[in-house]
Design a protein around this ligand. Structure first.
Ligand code: SF4
Length: 521
């Protein structure tokens, strides 16, 4: 009997190793033959540790399984797919998964992450094999035609970036993968690197063939030790099997890869600060121009893409640009792996085509709050993303539609708060986060964030104290002005976007800032 127990960090955090150990011991004691496969996570995080048993009908899911529950599960016939209170039936039929459109994450949780044969058996390397037979310009054109945009947050068309690097002259070019996934409530990059690392390797090798780069670096945040170890092992195995190295997939062209560990700073996720960090310096944002596509790593033309962007490329090459174009809406083509986090009943990863609404994600997939209370606020796009106005929760998730309302889709992180949340304190937290993480290069961000914390404190104090109401409106105006300065005067998104959560909290939840009470007074 084959049993799947995730080796993903989220599963390990809730005892997946202990569950695997208990299964092994219990089966040995009963003389039962089992093969335990340590897969990636299916992304149904509220069910971790999610144990799956292979049956003739498909895999049957049990979760959340603890080590203590293992003997009882075996007694109930788990190894034959038997029923139990923790049984959810066929994994693929669980509504949360069945309603998704898993393209980039098609293999995550399905395969043994480091098993090359398993990867190939599930469609792996088909994109690279095709790319190896194509002219570089044709590979770039395929990515352009797919409409793929950067999934790290900026949503810049990947093909245009690749075209710029392909056209740049230089004896050495690089592919730099940004895996410094620092946004609160995001974990898609990690889930993919731990659950299907060859997809990222394949995407980077295709990018190398397309633009003429022979070296790829993956900059992984230091908080992801399992992703680092998995990727390093996967790179070694892919190289030994001829998918990387001096002759990539029989193309006659070289592509080598290595992993660089981040230094634990949020701003190192900003592409130029990441370059500084890779080069061994402090992660401080570089002025642009020059663009990294022209002068990137060590002054050489460099493609910088996020994990999900690069990991989507193999599927585009394997199935064609038109297939990927068939998903999504407007200029937001394809799918995005949304990540549901915060106070949510069913947190996890939902890969869907652009166009669904926030309400569908939070209520239909997420099941509302974990506390069972009313959803009060939803922040989309990480700690620098807006709290989307409740009136817009039914709007389609799409880069342009969101931007038109002053919101961002970002890396697809969605953090939910219930009606006990104090939005003034969350706005204060955004300023405080910026003050802590600011690289210090420009004044609006370095100084503005500290002043922002102080102004919000004054607003809250004045709002709560009738004697101080007279100064309240002035402080709110000061906060607006400070947000303007930060938004338009900062060098990068850190300072430039911190006003998004602050302003949206102020606009949509003004009562938490004492604004109604002062207006009434
Ligand atoms: Fe550095 Fe902040 Fe300026 Fe960005 S906005 S360059 S993080 S000081």
């Amino acid at each position: 009997v084959r049993v799947y127990v995730p080796r993903d960090a989220a599963a390990l955090a809730v005892g997946a190793d202990a569950v695997a150990g208990a299964l092994q011991r219990e089966c040995a004691a009963r003389g039962l033959q089992v093969q335990i496969v340590r897969n990636g996570s299916r992304g149904l995080l509220w069910l971790e540790t999610l144990v799956e048993v292979e049956t003739p009908e498909g895999r049957v899911a049990y979760g959340p399984v603890t080590a203590d529950a293992v003997p009882g599960l075996i007694d109930a016939g788990m190894l034959q797919g038997g029923s139990h209170a923790l049984c959810h039936g066929l994994t693929e039929a669980i509504a949360y998964l069945a309603r998704q459109e898993r393209l980039t994450f098609a293999r995550v949780g399905v395969i043994d992450p480091l098993n090359l044969a398993d990867y190939a058996a599930h469609g792996g390397w088909q994109g690279l094999e095709r790319a190896a037979r194509m002219e570089p310009a044709a590979i770039v054109q395929e990515v352009l035609d797919s409409g793929l945009r950067g999934r790290g947050g900026a949503a810049f068309p990947a093909g245009i970036k690749w075209k710029t690097v392909a056209a740049a002259a230089g004896p050495q070019k690089y592919i730099a993968c940004n895996a410094d996934e620092g946004d609160s409530g995001t974990f898609a990059d990690r889930l993919l690197m731990e659950g299907d690392p060859y997809t990222l390797i394949e995407g980077m090798a295709i990018a190398g063939l397309a633009v003429g780069a022979t070296q790829g670096l993956v900059y992984v945040r230091s908080e992801y030790p399992h992703a680092v170890a998995t990727l390093r092992e996967a790179i070694a195995r892919a190289e030994a099997a001829g998918w990387l190295g001096r002759d990539v997939a029989g193309s006659g062209r070289a592509f080598h890869m290595e992993v660089r560990k981040g230094a634990g700073s949020y701003v190192c996720g900003e592409e130029t600060a990441m370059l500084e960090s890779i080069e061994g310096r402090r992660g401080i944002v570089r002025a642009k121009p020059p663009l990294p596509a022209i002068e990137g790593l060590w002054g050489r033309p460099t493609v910088i893409n996020n994990v999900i962007t690069l990991a989507t490329v193999p599927m585009i090459l394997a199935r064609g640009a038109a297939f990927y174009q068939g998903f999504g809406m407007g200029r937001s083509r394809g799918t995005l792996p949304f990540q549901l986090a915060g106070n949510i009943a069913r947190g996890g990863l939902v890969e869907k085509a652009f166009g669904l609404s926030l309400r569908e994600l939070v209520e239909d997939f997420g099941g509302g709050t974990a506390t069972g209370r009313t959803v009060k606020a939803v922040q989309v796009g990480g700690p620098l993303g807006s709290y989307v106005a409740p009136a817009d929760w039914d709007a389609p998730l799409d880069y342009e539609a969101y931007a038109a309302k002053g919101n961002v889709v970002g890396h697809g992180g969605i953090v939910v708060h219930d009606d006990t949340a104090d939005m003034a304190q969350l706005a204060r937290y955004a300023m405080e986060f910026c003050a802590i993480e600011s690289c210090g290069k420009c004044t609006p961000c370095r100084i503005g964030s500290t002043r922002g914390v102080e102004v919000i404190d004054r607003i809250v104090r004045a709002g709560a104290d009738p004697a101080a109401h007279a100064g309240h409106a002035g402080q709110v105006a000061l906060l607006e002005s400070l947000c303007d300065t930060m938004q338009h005067g900062s060098m990068c998104a850190m300072g430039g976007m911190t006003p998004y959560p602050v302003r949206s909290a102020l606009n949509h939840y003004s009562q938490d800032f004492g604004i109604e009470s002062t207006t009434a007074a």
